[in-house]
Design a protein around this ligand. Structure first.
Ligand code: PLP
Length: 400
């Protein structure tokens, strides 16, 4: 009898975590490493949120809570959906979990059967396909290249849907490309979904607050109210409120689905940390002005990185609408040889050579389902970004 499960054989560990680990190893060995791999803001959780957590501890809010979230937080989440997205939900339609990741995972675990397909536009967040595998379903990636701004077209969505399709996962702004769908682009996709009533929509709105220029964030159930009864609108405090370590994510959708997700959570992790829930409550109900400050900061960094990467020979870097990632194409580098003599055959080799030869850590595109590219997270200081991009330029100029 094999010790490890058959399910595990279909799943690979997160490549983004692998890159971060390798970069940390090199750093520990004394190398000068700049990590552009991590997907989290580089600044601290706002003080009012930290204070709320301290208060929660002092007030003894340290016991088990309701499995899928305290009532006050569910109320705050309903208020957030109404205020920011024009979506009306009741607390019974809301689930709170240990990060956005657990929320998505619970939903897939609660609904996927063998033979169920899940449509995932690629480039995708690395965890989607593996979570689908863990849940027993089959991921169906649909490649969206640089020519369409890494965005899915209505024709591609229509062609991907079959009687086996259970979910369509939608993520805008996107990890890893930063691509954001305009209201019109999203409406064109929801029009397709309206013709296929058996397809459920999982909208991952994690980067909602990180949008630039005059981009307007929208979410499927808002753009097409006809999808409300088969949409799970997912979000969380990790990225917007610089709370990645606190592990609070949430979603709203039909009561039956929310209850089923609660059952999965009740038999696995139970409630998310009580203290983190009170912190998230302050995040959602407290002052929101730092969101605009963060947006301005990230937009400046985006512009810096896009400009510098486009100056590197062999690299084409589109300007994304949101998140804190860029996803440059490195087609012009493939087939060349690095200064230390490595033949750049694909984006994984490129990223490894870049790390080993220059100390800049990025994640290779194959991890996200579209090559040859790499992902830069620009959630780090201007100084580090300028130095990293200068090294990338030098590396690319040295390719022969
Ligand atoms: C697109 C996307 N969805 C969900 C998550 C999960 O966020 P959390 O840290 O709240 O689990 C991430 C985190 O990287 C993400 O990039």
């Amino acid at each position: 009898m094999a010790f490890l499960s058959d399910t595990l054989a279909r799943v690979k560990p997160s490549p983004t975590i692998a890159v971060t680990t390798r970069a940390a190893e090199l750093k520990a060995a004394g190398r000068d490493v700049i990590g552009l791999g991590a997907g989290e803001p580089d600044f601290d959780t706002p003080q009012n949120i930290k204070d709320a957590a301290k208060r929660a501890i002092d007030e003894g809010r340290t016991k088990y809570t309701a499995v899928d979230g305290i009532a006050e937080l569910k109320q705050a989440i309903c208020a957030k959906f109404l205020r920011e997205n024009g979506l009306t939900y009741t607390p019974a339609q809301v689930s709170v979990g240990t990060g956005g990741k657990q929320i998505l995972y619970n939903a897939l675990m609660a609904t996927c059967n063998p033979g169920d397909d899940v449509i995932i536009p690629a480039p995708y967040w690395v965890s989607y396909p593996d979570m689908v595998y863990l849940a027993g379903g089959t991921p169906v990636p649909v490649v969206c290249g640089i020519d369409t701004g890494f965005k899915l077209s209505p024709a591609q969505l229509e062609a991907a849907i079959t009687p086996r399709t259970k979910w369509f996962i939608f993520n805008s702004p996107s990890n890893p490309t930063g691509a954001g769908y305009t209201r019109a682009e999203l409406k064109a996709l929801t029009d397709v979904l309206m013709r296929h009533p058996h397809v459920w929509v999982m909208s991952d709105d994690m980067y909602e607050h990180l949008v630039f220029d005059d981009f307007e964030f929208t979410t499927p159930a808002q753009v097409e109210p006809g999808l409300y009864d088969r949409t799970l609108t997912c979000n969380g405090v990790s990225k917007a409120y610089a709370m990645t370590g606190w592990r609070i994510g949430y979603a709203a959708g039909p009561v039956a689905l929310i209850r089923a997700m609660g059952t999965i959570q009740s038999q696995s992790t139970s409630n998310p940390s009580s203290i983190s829930q009170y912190a998230a409550l302050e995040g959602l109900n407290g002052p929101q002005d730092f969101l605009a400050e963060n947006r301005a900061l990230f937009q400046r960094r985006r512009d810096l990185v896009v400009r510098m990467l486009n100056d590197a020979p062999g690299i084409v870097c589109p300007t994304p609408a949101g998140a804190f990632y860029v996803y440059p194409d490195i087609g012009g580098c493939i087939g060349k040889t690095s200064p230390a003599g490595t033949q750049i055959t694909d984006d994984e080799v490129f990223a490894t050579a870049l790390l080993e030869e220059t100390g800049v850590a990025v994640v290779f595109g194959a991890a996200f389902g579209v090559s040859p590219n790499f992902r830069v997270s620009y959630a780090t200081s201007d100084t580090a970004l300028t130095e990293a991009c200068t090294r990338i330029q030098t590396f690319c100029r040295g390719l022969r």
